[in-house]
Design a protein around this ligand. Structure first.
Ligand code: FAD
Length: 539
């Protein structure tokens, strides 16, 4: 009998599985696709306090965000790395430079002055030198502040791997189909289905934790636990990827759109990311994709800021789209961008804990709160289920993620030292590849390398990573590898289509696929890429 089945292997469910396992609970994490394949791999990839939430007076959210940012920089320095942001201010701009400057002082103060660096003000020509691609006409000054960039899919994966290491059972491609109840109406078991083989199973459990992001209302309906009204108001967010040479920036650029939203251009080494949109979504969460209007909106927003680049839809190499699992309450009349990014936890007497809303940045705190509520329920209601077992308090604050375990002084210097050690052990390895491996895998980087053969001359990925993805990082499909482990789908000029056949062939060797399965995997990957290009055919 398990203490809890956690439904949803995004950052929220993965964080809860890790926290619960560390406390000594017996839990299973079930995810209907790949870990992180939902919203948690479709974010802006920022670990941030959320400067713009200050405008809506969400001080608590910003305080939690900046503090979790500081903690994650210590516990996962390879994955959560400082990134400078520049807010260019033009003559007559509202909000004015002084107003944003005050906001940034509050931002620094809420971070208890432990930001990667305190913010700075630049005026006139200095800004032009910092970011030469920016429009110069009317440029009055700029403010620079720091947040962090991450690899969202890998942040999920490292939480899953660590949960597993501490005793959690983790099952990808396993969906929750139903909850079975005992005579008193309490949770007794969860019926699950293996989505790759079709096999069904029943997992006996005392409780269920629903952490299904934008699928929350659907999961609750399928397990007979839906309320009168939907809990969520999902909104779609789209990102575009262009070549860095087309939009050459050195810092993330924070920009204000005509409809008074904030969007970013984010440097991603060989590429630049533009995002995001924020529009209500009422369709199937499995079918979310960028459309032509999203692409036009982002290109139109960027063009006046970088007039020489003349960014157009023709520049777009790839797109990704995700749904924010925002709370539905109190949103009448609010625009999508104004809906709160807070989270909520609901505990039902029968043994169902539901958590929704929130941000990638605050996942650890959210996981702590949800696990606290689960433990409380197990103590009070589950017929002395925990009797005789020592259930520890939350300790995730002190435990590094797998890629940072064993680092004595966690920080960017330690990550750089890993890159240097990898380079020293493999003198023919280009510095960019060593840097990439240290950022992606942290202390696990030396274990990745077998062959140094590059997958693509343009990008730092090597073929040895494909093997590592399958043997160590839980990849089961070609899309798992090419979208989330080695994300050529997002960063490759051909979105990885050129190498999908060879990746499938290698995975077939490792996983024993038949020829038919190999062909099916390639087709499935082509469909995934097709969905990210659907905007080209939409009006
Ligand atoms: P998900 O990641 O969606 O996970 C839910 C999982 O449940 C899915 O993987 C799904 O497959 C699974 N599931 C569904 N039904 C079942 C079932 N029946 N059985 C088993 N599994 C099931 N936050 C930040 O902090 N920084 C950012 O920069 C940022 N940018 C964002 C940009 C965009 C465009 C969006 C959309 C969000 C952004 N966020 C950001 C918010 C953040 O990404 C989300 O809050 C977070 O990823 C939600 O995680 P989750 O685990 O709750 O949901």
């Amino acid at each position: 009998m398990y203490d809890a089945i956690i439904v949803g292997g995004g950052i929220t469910g993965a964080g809860i599985a890790r926290d619960a396992a560390q406390r000594g609970l017996h839990v299973v994490l079930v995810e209907k696709g790949d870990f992180g394949s939902g919203t948690s791999s479709k974010s802006s990839k920022l670990v941030h306090g959320g400067l713009r939430y200050l405008e809506h007076g969400e001080i608590k959210l910003v305080f939690e965000g900046t503090n979790e940012r500081a903690l994650q920089m210590k516990r996962a320095p390879h994955l959560v790395r400082p990134l400078p942001f520049l807010v260019p201010i033009y003559k007559g701009h509202k909000p004015a430079l002084t107003y944003i400057d005050i906001g940034l002082w509050i931002y620094d103060a809420l971070a208890m002055f432990r930001s990667p660096q305190l913010h700075k003000t630049y005026r006139g020509k200095k800004v032009e030198a910092l970011e030469p691609a920016l429009r110069k006409d009317g440029l009055a000054g700029a403010l620079e502040y720091y947040d962090c960039m991450t690899d969202d899919a890998r942040l999920v994966l490292e939480n899953v791997l660590d949960a597993k290491e501490m005793g959690a059972t983790v099952k990808n491609y396993t969906s929750c189909r139903a909850v079975l109840r005992d005579r008193r109406g309490r949770v007794a078991a969860v019926r699950v289905k293996d989505e790759l083989t079709g096999a069904e199973d029943e997992l006996p459990t005392r409780a269920v934790v629903v952490a299904a992001g934008p699928w929350t209302d659907r999961v609750l309906a399928s397990i007979g636990a839906a309320g009168d009204r939907p809990l969520l108001r999902p909104t779609k967010g789209v990102h575009l990827v262009v070549d860095h040479a087309r939009l050459p920036i050195h810092r993330a650029i924070t920009m204000f759109t005509k409809d008074r939203r904030v969007i970013f251009c984010i440097p991603w080494v060989e590429r630049t990311v533009i995002g995001t949109t924020d529009t209500d979504w009422s369709g199937d969460p499995d079918d979310v994709a960028a459309d032509a209007a999203d692409v036009a909106y982002l290109c139109d927003a960027v063009r006046p800021m970088f007039p020489d680049a003349k960014i157009s839809p023709d520049d777009v190499l790839s797109t990704w789209a995700g749904l924010r699992p925002l709370m539905a309450q109190g949103t009448a009349g609010e625009s999508a961008s104004e809906v709160s990014r807070e989270h909520e936890i609901i505990v039902r007497d029968e043994g169902i804990v539901t958590i929704f809303g929130g941000k990638l940045t605050t996942y650890r705190r959210m996981a702590k709160e949800a696990t606290d509520r689960l433990v409380e329920w197990l103590h009070d209601r589950a017929d002395a289920a925990l009797e005789g077992r020592e259930i520890a308090a939350c300790r995730t604050k002190g435990r590094p993620l797998p890629g940072a375990q064993g680092i004595e002084k966690p920080g960017q210097k330690a990550v750089h030292a890993i890159a240097q050690a990898v380079a020293a052990a493999h003198p023919d390895l280009p510095a960019r590849v060593a840097e990439h491996l240290s950022h992606n895998y942290g202390v696990r980087a030396p274990k990745v390398l077998g062959s140094h053969e590059r997958i693509n001359p343009d990008l730092p990925y090597v073929w040895a990573e494909i093997d590592f993805a399958v043997t160590q990082d839980l990849a089961r499909t070609v899309a798992d590898v090419l979208v989330r482990r080695v994300p050529l789908c997002l960063r490759g000029r051909d979105q990885g289509l050129d190498v999908a056949g060879r990746v499938a062939a290698r995975m077939a060797e490792l996983l024993g696929w038949s020829e038919a399965e190999k062909a099916r995997q390639i087709e499935d990957y082509q469909r995934t890429v097709g969905a990210s290009r659907r905007w080209k055919g939409s009006t």
